[in-house]
Design a protein around this ligand. Structure first.
Ligand SMILES: *[C@@H]1O[C@H](CO)[C@@H](O)[C@H](O)[C@H]1NC(C)=O
Ligand SMILES: *[C@@H]1O[C@H](CO)[C@@H](O)[C@H](O)[C@H]1NC(C)=O
Ligand SMILES: *[C@@H]1O[C@H](CO)[C@@H](O)[C@H](O)[C@H]1NC(C)=O
Ligand SMILES: *[C@@H]1O[C@H](CO)[C@@H](O)[C@H](O)[C@H]1NC(C)=O
Length: 510
């Protein structure tokens, strides 16, 4: 699109490029604007589904932070329940599971945990007359909110739960739950009121889970090994050799406090990012840094390193300021590297929990932090996940020179796509995705970028030919993004999500 303000910037860039031509023989921004990038997902921000084996060495690796557990008493056959969602004593009186019967773990170590209930209170013990009652009232976990889970040897689905007073919890008459079991614990009989059947109802496998799961002694070694082997120099050569010209690199906020980030995070990801810049420069690739995990988590998902599904980002100014400081730090660090092309201020903040107002406030501050160091690094603004209007950032972006709206395009994760046939899916991309991009591509508007798309869908049983048509159709539509696109992701145990696999197996040729 002919965009006045960007044209003007382009002239500035061409001018400064020519200065560079004269001085170093190099041209900066030679790819304006046809970015063909691949995401380096699951590298510096862990996503367990991309590389499940990363979690193999964790003891009790089904008891990770945020995993919701449900406990069914073997004596009365009923589920433990946080009545009213929390704030009251627990009871073992429910026959079906709702959110109130789920207990999200906070892991202390391999066997010791806090349990968080629906309204974010923690389970604890409290003296009530003669009995030690089990309640869900505390807003923060301390000694009396700490429990040990003891599994039956040889049958990990049976557990006992030991409270801080040294007693196991048990289910009494009238379904009352107390922490005072004094019976035998060597047997696991069906009439034992301290025995529960545990079921894990959903899991999260993010950076918090992997680092806290291994704990402070093992995590540094495991993570550094992962960073050094998952993505290596050869991958950058492969990327450059196969028609791509850029990488989008998800990073976590803790990278800015390397080498000693707050626990459970581990130092060393900054060194890996340094290497990525070195190799990008060597193979002529551009780098888009993407703040994928912001302090407190901006969407509650594992890929933003939420501890237990909560979303805290934006609820306090501190989380915004901390994020701006990360952007400031990263921009300053790489501003002199000719490969540094763009920085994305935050990835997929989730609507409506993150309000447009909060996001705009942050985007303005983050933009300013980047411009303090550089007038030419592009500033990417991710659309909100779940926002109904894909153009909601356009008015803001119009006022921010060199800003880019990042629009993610998956044909997944929604019931809408479940029963679509291949032609229907292709048609949906041609019409819907094309229309949405065109809505954002406004005169005098910002640049556009499809920062995440992939060649997987809900359709089952697609042939190689189907997948190739899927890719082709998407590429044709994403051409409308004025800056370009980035495939999600380079490597993944799920083949269609792995650009490396797709290229090596002849599904994609660029
Ligand atoms: C998991 O929890 C949800 C409530 O969030 C419940 O509807 C579902 O039945 C549970 N799954 C199992 C297998 O119990
Ligand atoms: C786990 O933490 C609890 C509570 O701090 C402690 O008593 C226990 O010894 C720890 N266990 C291990 C295996 O480190
Ligand atoms: C998809 O098809 C199945 C089987 O025909 C049906 O049960 C289901 O309701 C459909 N789902 C949607 C979202 O249309
Ligand atoms: C694209 O499809 C989504 C639902 O899948 C819908 O909410 C949205 O309005 C559509 N956009 C356009 C421009 O038609």
């Amino acid at each position: 699109m002919a965009i006045f303000s960007q044209k003007k910037q382009l002239l500035v860039w061409i001018f400064s490029s020519c200065l560079l031509c004269l001085t170093s023989g190099k041209v900066s921004h030679e790819y304006d604007f046809g970015i063909k990038a691949v995401n380096l997902g699951g590298w510096l921000v862990t996503e367990g589904w991309i590389k499940p084996s990363l979690f193999d060495g964790i003891v009790n690796n089904d008891f990770l932070d945020g995993n919701p557990l449900q406990f069914k008493s073997v004596t009365n056959g009923k589920y433990l329940s946080a009545k009213s969602g929390g704030g009251t004593p627990l009871a073992a009186d429910q026959t079906i599971v709702s959110d109130r019967e789920l207990f999200r773990l906070w892991r202390i170590n391999d066997t010791t945990f806090n349990f968080r209930v629906f309204n974010d209170r923690f389970v604890g013990i409290e003296n009530a007359g003669k009995q030690t009652q089990v309640v869900a009232v505390s807003k923060t976990p301390a000694k009396f909110e700490t429990f040990e889970i003891v599994r039956k040897p040889g049958d990990s689905s049976l557990v006992r739960i030991k409270a801080a007073n040294g007693f196991f919890i048990q289910v009494n008459e009238e379904n009352v739950v107390t922490a005072d079991y004094a019976g035998y614990t060597s047997r696991w009989k069906k009439d034992d009121p301290s025995v529960f059947i545990v079921t894990i109802n959903g899991t999260a496998h993010g950076e918090y889970q992997v680092t806290n799961g291994y704990g402070p002694e093992k995590a540094p070694k495991v993570m550094r090994e992962h960073w050094n082997t998952f993505i290596v120099e050869d991958d950058f050569k492969f990327i450059a050799d196969n028609g791509l010209n850029a990488v989008r690199i998800p990073v976590g906020w803790w990278i800015a406090s390397d080498p000693t980030p707050p626990l459970p995070y581990v130092g060393g990801s900054l060194k890996a990012l340094d290497n990525a810049f070195l190799w990008s420069q060597k193979y002529g690739l551009k780098v888009i840094i993407d703040l994928h995990a912001a302090p407190g988590s901006q969407n509650g998902y594992e890929h933003s390193s939420s501890r237990d599904g909560s979303l805290e980002w934006g609820k306090t100014d501190e989380t915004l300021q901390k994020s701006v400081a990360v952007i400031d730090f990263l921009t300053a660090r790489y501003v002199k590297n000719p490969s540094f092309y763009a920085i994305e201020l935050i990835n997929e903040p989730r609507a409506p929990m993150v309000s447009l107002e909060t996001l705009i406030k942050y985007y303005k501050a983050g933009y300013k932090a980047v411009r303090k160091h550089s007038s030419k690094v592009y500033v990417m603004l991710s659309n909100r996940l779940g926002a109904t209007d894909p153009t909601e950032l356009v008015p803001l972006a119009r006022g921010l020179k060199g800003s880019v709206i990042d629009y993610h395009s998956y044909v997944l994760f929604s019931a809408d796509f479940k029963n679509m046939t291949v032609p229907q899916i292709l048609d949906f991309i041609r019409t819907n995705r094309s229309a949405e991009l065109n809505l954002i591509n406004k005169a005098n508007g910002p640049l556009t970028f499809v920062g995440e798309w992939t060649a997987e869908w809900e359709y089952k049983g697609g042939t190689k030919k189907d997948y190739m048509r899927f890719v082709k159709t998407q590429l044709k539509v994403y051409k409308q993004a004025t800056m370009g696109w980035a495939y999600w992701t380079l490597k993944n145990v799920n083949n269609h999500w792995s650009l490396e696999w797709m290229i090596k197996n002849g599904y994609i040729k660029l």
